[in-house]
Design a protein around this ligand. Structure first.
Ligand code: OGA
Ligand code: NI
Length: 335
C-alpha cells in the first residue's frame, strides 16, 4: 500500500494518473494568479535598526510573508544544500521508500500530501516531501565547528528574525524566543515538485497555514511555484536570487494576539521544470504553552486565542488531516 502511494519514479515524463487529479473546485486557476511585486524584499544588513524593525513588522502585519537579502548565509552553502537534496529526490524511489511512513512520531520521513475528496478518496499532491530535524538546537550547537563562522548562521538567522519581530511588537528583544521556549523543535522539509504535464489539474501542495512559529524557506532560483493569499487573491512569490522567504506561522500569530498574520499559501507545479523548496521550521516543543502575550492584551485588544499546549495544537492538526485544515480557528475565542 505504501509503495502505491509512493508515485514518483525518476523516469520522465511522469504521467498524471487519475489519483492526482483534483475536482474542478479544488484546482488552481493559474490565469488568476498575480505577480509578487507587493511582497517586500528586506535587506537584513540595514544598520538603521528602527527602520529594519518597522519594515519587518509592517510586512508581518500586512502580508505575513517577506523575503530577506543580505542575510549572512553564504550563497555557496544554500546552493550546495539544494544540490544535495535534488540528488536525493533523483535517487531511485526504492531508496527513498525506506523513509516512507505515515507514523507522525517518526522524525525522519518521506511522504506525499493528499486531500480527501468526497466520492474520490485520497487525491495525491504533485510533490514529495522529506522531513527531518535540521539546525541543531542550543543543546548541541556548541559541538559544531566555530570556523567557518557561517556554520551556525541559520540558527542565528532565526534568532535575529525573532528579535526584530519582538521589537516590532514593542516587546523585549528576546520575548518571542522565550515564549516559544528553551527547546524549540527546528526541522526542515524538502519539497520536490517534479515537472507536471498539466499543472492546472493538480496541486504541488494544497493551500494551508504553517502550524509552527516561524518559517524560513529556501527556494530554487528560476522556477516559480509558491503562492500566498493577499487581499483575497493568489499572488506568486517569485524567487529572488540569494534570498530566503520568511513567513509567520500560527504560533507567532497567536503569541502576537493576531497582529502578525499566518497567511494561507500553496505551491503549484510547473510544466517543464522540477522545483525544490526547503522550508526550515522553528516550532515550540510539545509541552510549551502558547497563548497571546499579556502585554498585547488590553480592552481594545481582547485575547483572540485561548491558551493551549503545542501538543494540543498538533493533535488538532493531525485530526484535520486530508481536509483543508483550519487549525487556528479551533483555538480562537469569540468576542
Ligand atoms: C510548506 C510550504 C511551499 C513551497 O512546506 O509548508 O508552504 O514553496 N512550501 O514548497
Ligand atoms: Ni507552508
Amino acid at each position: 500500500m505504501e509503495t502505491t502511494r509512493f508515485q514518483f519514479a525518476n523516469n520522465t515524463p511522469l504521467s498524471l494518473s487519475p489519483n492526482f487529479i483534483l475536482p474542478e473546485e479544488n484546482r488552481p486557476i493559474l490565469s488568476e494568479v498575480f505577480s509578487s511585486a507587493s511582497i517586500p524584499s528586506i535587506d537584513l544588513n540595514n544598520h538603521d535598526i528602527d527602520d529594519l524593525v518597522s519594515k519587518i513588522s509592517q510586512a508581518c502585519e500586512k502580508f505575513g510573508f517577506f523575503q530577506i537579502i543580505n542575510h549572512g548565509v553564504p550563497k555557496e552553502l544554500s546552493q550546495r544544500v539544494l544540490a544535495v537534496v535534488t540528488e536525493f529526490f533523483q535517487l531511485p524511489p526504492e531508496e527513498r521508500a525506506q523513509f516512507l511512513t505515515t507514523d507522525h512520531s517518526k522524525r525522519v520521513k518521506v511522504f506525499n500530501y493528499y486531500q480527501k475528496v468526497e466520492g474520490q478518496g485520497k487525491v495525491l499532491m504533485w510533490g514529495e516531501t522529506f522531513t527531518h530535524p535540521w539546525h541543531p538546537t542550543e543543546d548541541f550547537t556548541h559541538f559544531l565547528p566555530k570556523n567557518p563562522p557561517q556554520y551556525r548562521e541559520i540558527g542565528a538567522l532565526m534568532d535575529k528574525l525573532l528579535s526584530l519581530m519582538s521589537q516590532g511588537l514593542g516587546l523585549e528583544k528576546d520575548c518571542l524566543k522565550r515564549k516559544i521556549g528553551e527547546r524549540p523543535a527546528i526541522y526542515t522539509q524538502a519539497n520536490y515538485y517534479p515537472p507536471c504535464p498539466d499543472p492546472e489539474l493538480t496541486m504541488g501542495l494544497q493551500a494551508h497555514n504553517d502550524i509552527s512559529a516561524l518559517v524560513v524557506l529556501l527556494q530554487m532560483e528560476g522556477v516559480s511555484g509558491l503562492q500566498v493569499v493577499i487581499d483575497g487573491k493568489w499572488v506568486a512569490v517569485e524567487p529572488v536570487p540569494d534570498a530566503f522567504v520568511v513567513n509567520i506561522a500560527d504560533q507567532i500569530e497567536v503569541l502576537s494576539n493576531g497582529r502578525y498574520k499566518s497567511v494561507l499559501h500553496r505551491a503549484v507545479s510547473n510544466k517543464r521544470l522540477a522545483r525544490l523548496s526547503l522550508p526550515m521550521f522553528y516550532a515550540p516543543n510539545n509541552d510549551t504553552v502558547i497563548g497571546p502575550i499579556e502585554d498585547l492584551i488590553d480592552e481594545v485588544h481582547p485575547p483572540m486565542y485561548r491558551n493551549y499546549s503545542y501538543k494540543e495544537y498538533m493533535d488538532e492538526f493531525y485530526r484535520q488531516e486530508g481536509a483543508r485544515r483550519r487549525v487556528k480557528e479551533a483555538f480562537q475565542l469569540q468576542h
